[in-house]
Design a binder for this molecule. Sequence first.
Ligand SMILES: Nc1ncnc2c1ncn2[C@@H]1O[C@H](COP(=O)(O)OP(=O)(O)O)[C@@H](O)[C@H]1O
Ligand SMILES: [Mg+2]
Length: 264
Amino acid sequence: MRDTVESITILGGRGKSGQSDAVLRIDLRMGDVASIVGPTGSGKTTLISDVELFADANTPTGRRILLNGAPAPTEYRDDPARNPIALITQHTTFLCDLPVSEFLLTHARIRSGNPSGVHGLLQKTLGFANQLTGEPIPPSVRMTELSGGQTRALLIADAAVICDTPIVLLDEVENAGIHRARALELLREHRKIFVFVTHDPHIALLSDYRIVMRGGWISRLLHTDEEERRCALQVGRLDDMLSRLRDSLRRGERVRAEALEGCS
Ligand SMILES: Nc1ncnc2c1ncn2[C@@H]1O[C@H](COP(=O)(O)OP(=O)(O)O)[C@@H](O)[C@H]1O
Ligand SMILES: [Mg+2]
């Protein structure tokens, strides 16, 4: 049985050259979507791994992570069934050679207290994943044969549906060829705390707030304001236009000016 999670708190530490985090306390509440932004090497992955490790001033950053306002019980780190965090990392390779359906069913049997519900979970997970990737996932294909986009989509769906952890951390989803805005929309339907590392302007603006990294330290916390919410709609349209353009170039078509209408 997992305990109820209401909030996670990041208590500030220091950056690479000892600079103190400019924001000393960040409270992420159930239902919040947060982005971590910043240039390459600025400490985004490090911050996300502090959260995943429930850092307690025992990582190079000196940060501490609280769960419901208190240090996390140590068994959360040791018992995967109780750990409330799912982390989807940048680099994912499967050592497992099972067909997708076998993999998901095995995972569902381990995670679910209700053995008769596992086939339903399998269908739900595949349905979720297939909304995120342009290339539907055949249940009989082996895990090792999935493309990068299919793998990422399946892991996000697995975290949301089968693991059903209250906290999901995603490190840089962009290069994986999945529908990111759709992922965010679907994930918002499940009440969770989401933390995305992202370079994607649309995803950043759809988040409730952005944690800004620089030189390994947290330099700013920006709550998405009204003007940014309005911009997000426009950025979404630009994003859709660019994906259509990308698809058409991939199909070997010529680009016509109409394709860019409304964007000049
Ligand atoms: N607060 C910090 N203290 C010490 N080293 C850090 C800190 N933040 C980042 N680093 C180190 O800096 C390097 C880049 O950080 P990383 O988190 O991978 O950046 P990003 O994900 O933004 O590209 C890594 O080697 C990491 O260990
Ligand atoms: Mg990184």
